[in-house]
Design a binder for this molecule. Structure first.
Ligand SMILES: C[S@@+](CC[C@H](N)C(=O)[O-])C[C@H]1O[C@@H](n2cnc3c(N)ncnc32)[C@H](O)[C@@H]1O
Length: 314
């Protein structure tokens, strides 16, 4: 596909999605890094991409963000770490406390690019857009419009915003280990128009027990956290403890995908499915999304995994 076609695709969407189109142009002008995925998105996922990019561009604007810089920096970080993985076959880190100091407790990472950059990948990285679509179409419809649910490791808070918008009678008390995630997600939920009485976001470490009653939660989200912690099965058991039997869980993780804060390597989707099962969940839907299925002759071995599961009743 030529760059003229990319330009034609942007021009075709400009009238309906002017803010997203302006952001796409700025990203394209910033360099070739995200222009390749952009071509693919505009050709293959236009219907999903443009509304999602519009939503995220608007949130970024309301929060006075720097979307081009943060998305670029987040993407560069990922590519650098993946080069390390390519050479060594290992993730860069294995010490949670060191990662906590360098990343989750570090404003130069979290505030400056990590949270906004990761949020924007939910439109601008093809696999993340597809995972978000899976969340919206397969998980959100299972959430009741009443009572309390939670996300652990909410980061930017985008999943919470969607749940609480789609289910106006639902509330949440959710947790993240990073004070900067709590700060950013609180701003995001406000920017998204949610009233303060619908959410409380607090610091808590899922490696310990959560300050939540057993069997009290109607849904849970645990996305992109399993690979960040040394004891993923124990954390899943903790989520199973707080969920009402039969309640839905949305979980994601990765195979062969390094980042500044990944410490646990999974080897196969079978391994992750078995871990979910042993922690008390029944997998209802699974998506296995390999970079190799999106990019011709891809060298990147990354595979993303996404699950909708239910808390088993036994
Ligand atoms: C990669 S982000 C995921 C954000 C969002 N859930 C998503 O899927 O885009 C990981 C988040 O998990 C949080 N986190 C990491 N370890 C944690 C722990 N032990 N307990 C609670 N939160 C943790 C980090 O602070 C960060 O906000």
């Amino acid at each position: 596909m030529t760059s003229t076609t990319l330009e034609e695709n942007i021009a075709a969407a400009e009238e309906e999605f002017p803010h997203a189109a302006a952001l796409v142009r700025r990203i394209q002008e910033a360099g070739p890094l995200i222009a390749g995925p952009l071509r693919w998105l505009l050709a293959e996922r236009a219907e999903r991409f443009w509304p999602q990019a519009t939503h995220l561009a608007e949130l970024s604007r309301l929060m006075d963000g720097s979307p081009v810089d943060s998305l670029t920096e987040y993407t560069v970080m990922y590519l650098k770490e993946q080069m390390h993985f390519d050479k060594t076959g290992r993730y860069s880190n294995d010490d949670f406390d060191e990662v906590r100091r360098n990343v989750y407790d570090n404003p130069d990472v979290m505030r400056s690019y990590y949270l906004e950059g990761l949020m924007l990948t939910h439109a601008f990285w093809p696999i993340h857009l597809d995972i978000h679509t899976f969340f919206s179409t397969q998980f959100v419809p299972r959430i009741p419009n009443a009572g309390e649910g939670l996300e652990v490791g909410f980061g930017h808070g985008l999943y919470l915003l969607e749940i609480l918008t789609e289910r106006p009678a639902a509330v949440t008390h959710s947790f993240d280990i990073s004070p900067f995630s709590c700060e950013y997600a609180t701003r995001l939920l406000r920017a998204g128009g949610l009233s303060e009485d619908r959410f409380t976001l607090s610091i808590s470490d899922v490696r310990d027990s959560l300050p939540v009653d057993s069997g009290s939660q109607r849904w849970a989200v645990f996305a992109e956290v399993l690979e960040h912690i040394p004891n993923p099965k124990e954390a899943l058991k903790e989520l199973a403890r707080v969920l009402i039997p039969g309640a839905p869980l949305f979980a994601t993780t990765v195979l062969f995908s390094n980042a500044i804060d990944h410490i646990t390597q999974f080897e196969s989707s079978d391994q992750v499915r078995q871990m979910l099962n042993e922690a008390g969940f029944q997998v209802e839907e699974e998506r296995v999304l390999a970079v190799a299925d999106y990019v011709e002759r891809a060298k990147d071995p990354t595979v993303d995994l996404a699950y909708v599961a239910t808390r088993r009743k036994d």
